[in-house]
Design a protein around this ligand. Structure first.
Ligand code: UDX
Length: 448
């Protein structure tokens, strides 16, 4: 089977490389010739462990190549995966589906044969039906081009593994031939036991939106409880363990801290709310606005903690460890860590940010902040150290090591990864999100 992947961003580049790894002949298409040229050399504009190696391997053995030509893939491929972005529309909550629409139109105009288009992009429910109309309208005479929906659930940092060994495969199609074709594409993971769910377009689209909304809700649930444990005392990590051991609840996505960010969760919960409103069901997804508010309040809480530890922020020197939205990523989109760094800076603090991989992206977005080359440089002059992304090298920090590098004896654990006793025993003033910190914190004074 010959397969094209349209759009070579995070999702598309990973999917193309993994399809080649599964043994297919694959062509990745992007409208950006520079991106294509870089990809052909295994150079990625983002950090994803294992992916550059996989791309290089399959470019070298000829199973994977890249193009900018719809005409080329139109006549060549049996199957076309749609992996273009659906960013948040400027000034709105809703997702911008114009890139998927453009891609389907371009495919329809350039496919002279029978083929299947398979949507992977995260789209508002109802998009696939609309795309089918676009396909009908622009289809070449005599060409038999079908559409199926197959959402993707990969996580940054684990993209290759999540694609090769997904925990489920969702197929939105009512055509047995299309289903058979997709089962053949995913034969390997299916053989390894990955369950397949076959459903209609709408359910397939909604599975993706619902999964991300649920994950965001789980994080905000534990973070909302942090607001209680901070006031009454208690340890949010133990609370999470206490509920997570209930098999009905499950322990994952209950790590309390600075909350969620990245290119998916925040955008997807906004898009789901917007779509629910369009469908006249605004009330059904209204709770997601609370989920987002709770998430943003964590950042505010981190700034308040810093203020109470330092007395005032103006002219205080703060080392911010972490800028990426999560460890093992250089992605700073909607990053809680970077947002806190900017808030501290805007409040007058002198902020030095260090992230093992995300400094470059962060400094492109916020050039006003100071970026350090390593922990040592970031903390050298600091009055306060804040761990805001849980990179391994920060999780492994010890007071003994850190006090060789700085005279600061104050630390905030924004991700609940450090052992409080270790730091307090060594004479540090320690505070963490979700744990009580003296002097008492006046919760009622915080707005959203
Ligand atoms: C997410 C979904 O997990 C994935 O299935 C979907 O395809 C894309 O969106 P990703 O954005 O890569 O993946 O990040 P994820 O690992 O889900 O983390 C999202 C955010 O939540 C991060 O900022 C992370 O720090 C935060 N998080 C996660 C918590 O604060 N607590 C947790 O317990 C888990």
């Amino acid at each position: 089977m010959k397969i094209s992947v349209v759009g070579t961003g995070y999702l598309g580049a990973t999917h193309a490389a993994c399809l080649a790894e599964m043994g297919f002949e694959v062509v990745g298409l992007d409208i950006d010739p520079l991106k294509i040229a870089a990809l052909a050399n295994g150079e990625l504009p983002f950090h994803e462990p294992g992916l550059p190696e996989l791309i290089r391997e399959h470019v070298a053995n000829g199973r994977l190549r890249f193009t900018t030509s719809y005409e080329e893939i139109g006549s060549w491929a049996d199957l076309h995966f749609l992996a273009v972005g659906t960013p948040q529309r400027a000034g709105e909550q809703a997702a911008d589906t114009s890139f998927v629409e453009d891609a389907v139109r371009s495919l329809a105009e350039n496919i002279p044969r029978s083929a299947l288009i398979v949507g992977k992009s995260t789209v508002p429910v109802g998009t696939a039906r609309r795309l089918q109309d676009i396909l009908q309208l622009h289809r070449r005479p005599g060409a038999d081009v079908g559409l199926a929906w197959n959402p993707e659930f990969l996580r940054e940092g684990f993209a290759v593994n999540d694609t090769l060994s997904p925990d489920r495969i969702v197929l939105g199609t009512d055509d047995p031939e299309h289903e058979a074709l997709l089962r053949a594409v995913y034969a390997k993971p299916i053989r390894q036991g990955t369950p397949v769910i076959v459903t209609d377009f709408e359910t397939a689209e909604l599975v993706k939106a619902a999964a991300n909304a649920f994950l965001a809700t789980k994080i905000s649930f534990i973070n909302a409880l942090s607001e209680i444990t901070e006031v009454v005392g208690g340890d949010i990590r133990t609370l999470a363990q206490g509920i997570g051991l209930d098999a009905r609840i499950g322990a994952s996505f209950l790590r309390a801290g600075l909350g969620f960010g990245g290119g998916c969760l925040p955008k997807d919960i906004r898009a789901l709310q917007a779509r629910a409103s369009e469908l006249g069901q605004e009330r059904s997804m209204r709770f997601l606005s609370d989920v987002e508010e709770i998430n943003l309040r964590r950042r505010e809480r981190a700034v308040h903690l810093a203020t109470s530890m330092l007395g005032e922020l103006v002219s205080s020197k703060i080392a911010v460890l972490g800028a990426a939205f999560k460890p093992n990523s250089d992605d700073v989109r909607d990053s809680p860590a970077l947002d806190v760094a900017v808030r501290l800076f805007d409040a007058g603090a002198d902020v030095a940010v260090y992230d093992p991989k995300a400094n470059a992206n962060a400094s492109r977005r916020f050039p006003r902040l100071t970026y350090a080359e390593n922990v040592e440089q970031a903390v050298a002059e600091a009055d306060l150290v804040m761990v805001l992304t849980e990179w391994k090298e920060f999780v492994e920090l010890s007071p003994e090591n850190l006090q060789l590098l700085t005279s600061a004896r104050k630390i905030i654990d924004g991700r609940n990864v450090l052992r409080a006793e270790e730091w307090t025993d060594a004479g540090w003033e320690f505070a963490a999100l979700g744990r009580k910190y003296a002097p008492a914190y006046e919760y009622s004074t915080i707005g959203v």
